[in-house]
Design a protein around this ligand. Structure first.
Ligand code: ATP
Ligand code: MG
Length: 435
């Protein structure tokens, strides 16, 4: 269903969630997280009252009779951003009795049809009424309800034809024990699990297409995501950072604000360029990034690192190289996009609104001193030998020393000396001493 539906002053909302329903004992925990998300993302609707009923959350305005058309616009914008929501319908909550449902439908149906005629002028419209009955004591079953209202409503509208699969006008009637709910619009949410229900992770965020999508995938599975980006100033311009800030702003629309940290990788890159075989450069950069990420993840108490790696996309993302990279640290590394096709990733980037930012051509840290003969099957022994040519630990600490905490809203940067102090005490995590 699209959003050409008439903008009634709806007195209630019906929120559907699918996966949380199978969480058994944890269900309460997931539902509470979902309510917190709804409350936070829909704050502009004013105070809300929630009631639960097996797999459904009903939402009512606390200080007004109904939601306004402006509220409806907010819902259409925000619901696709709220992880855990399967869909939400604004609608009419009624006592669960046939005459009440009939009265409501008689009142709203002409307006819905008119809105359909305005949207698709001069041609017949397709229509479906879909009934759902969880209270088996209700006198009519689903098919009876659908037939009853089709016979009641359709005769007055010769331009309507029934199409149960692809109808333009879809009216849903849901009858439960204590409530009946009538709606004509379904706003799809992203599904998945509610924000924060799976813990925290740290994403390695570049300005490319993949990593923002990887962040979104983790958010949809209930993770709160912090962000770490690497730059190579002065070899990369300030625009490298501002681009990432804009990506983070977009991604933070799906969660309470995730923190953004930048680290200058240049000291390591220069040393690698000058001392190591050029074909191993990217793998060596990546192993360094992972070690630095592991320090920040532990400092932030993020439980895993997330990357936008995609199998076979570039030389650093062969199985052999991913394996060598992963062995630079013992932190859990998650790669939600590993098996996706690029075209799917691009489509997802469009959907979540990061595509237009990612496509801007701004230099990235990874391409600094890039070679055109990268190793596609690096061996751990060779890589360790290369790393022994440079003072890895000192260089990592030098990079940590450059860390800045960034306010993504205004791109303001703040020194972050705690990180170096923290890293200094993490010999094991840097994995430089146990070769
Ligand atoms: P993306 O993969 O996001 O399109 P990309 O193509 O520039 O960006 P790749 O070379 O594919 O990056 O790198 C694989 C992954 O390594 C990225 O998805 C990201 O998680 C991480 N990464 C690469 N460059 C950076 C960077 N400058 N800062 C932080 N993480 C980075
Ligand atoms: Mg990539």
């Amino acid at each position: 269903m699209t959003s050409w539906q008439p903008e009634f002053h709806y007195p209630a909302l019906l929120c559907r969630y699918s996966e949380i329903g199978i969480k058994g004992e944890n269900r309460m925990f997931f539902e509470e997280r979902l309510l917190a998300s709804l409350q936070r993302q829909l704050a502009s609707l004013g105070p809300l009252r929630f009631t639960h009923d097996r797999g459904r959350i009903f939402v009512f305005p606390e200080t007004k009779d109904s939601f306004t058309p402006a509220d409806l616009h907010t819902l259409r914008r925000e619901i696709p951003r709220i992880a855990g929501v399967a869909s939400l319908s604004p609608g009419f909550a009624l006592p669960p009795a046939l005459p009440e449902i009939e009265k409501c439908l008689q009142k709203i149906f002409p307006h819905i049809v008119q809105a359909g005629r305005d949207k698709f002028p001069g041609r017949p419209l397709t229509y479906a009424l879909q009934a759902r009955r969880s209270d088996k004591s209700f006198p009519l079953n689903c098919v009876d309800i659908e037939r009853y209202f089709a016979e009641l409503l359709l005769p007055g509208y010769p331009d309507l034809t029934l199409d149960l699969r692809h109808a333009e006008i879809v009216i849903e009637v849901e009858v439960r024990k204590d409530i009946a709910f009538v709606s004509c619009e379904r706003i799809n949410g992203p599904g998945g699990l509610p924000c924060g229900s799976s813990g925290r992770v740290l994403a390695l965020l570049s300005g490319g297409f993949d990593s923002p999508v990887a962040c979104f995938q983790m958010m949809r599975r209930g993770c709160l995501v912090d962000f770490l980006t690497f730059h190579s100033a002065p070899f990369t311009p300030p625009a490298t950072i501002t681009k990432v800030c804009r990506l983070v702003r977009r991604l933070n629309e799906f969660q309470p604000r995730g923190r953004l940290v930048s680290i200058n990788l240049l000291p390591l890159q220069l040393a690698i360029r000058d001392a190591c075989q050029s074909r191993y450069r990217t793998v060596l950069y990546r192993r360094s990034m992972l070690r630095l990420g592991a320090v920040l993840a532990e400092y932030f108490q993020d439980q895993a690192i997330v990357t936008g790696d995609n199998l076979g996309q570039v030389a650093s993302q062969t199985l052999a190289n991913l394996s060598v990279i992963a062995q630079a640290s013992n932190i859990l590394v998650l790669r939600p996009l590993l098996a996706y096709d690029k075209i799917n990733i691009m489509n997802m980037a469009q959907d979540i609104g990061t595509y237009d930012i990612s496509r801007e051509n701004v230099p990235d840290s990874c391409t600094v001193f890039a070679t055109n003969n990268p190793a596609t099957r690096a061996k751990l022994d060779n890589i360790k030998r290369e790393e022994q040519k440079i003072p890895m630990r000192e260089l990592l600490l030098k990079c940590l020393d450059s860390a800045n905490l960034i306010n993504a809203k205004n791109c303001q940067e703040y020194p972050f000396p705690e990180l170096k102090n923290y890293g200094q005490n993490m010999q094991n995590l840097l994995m430089c001493e146990i070769w």
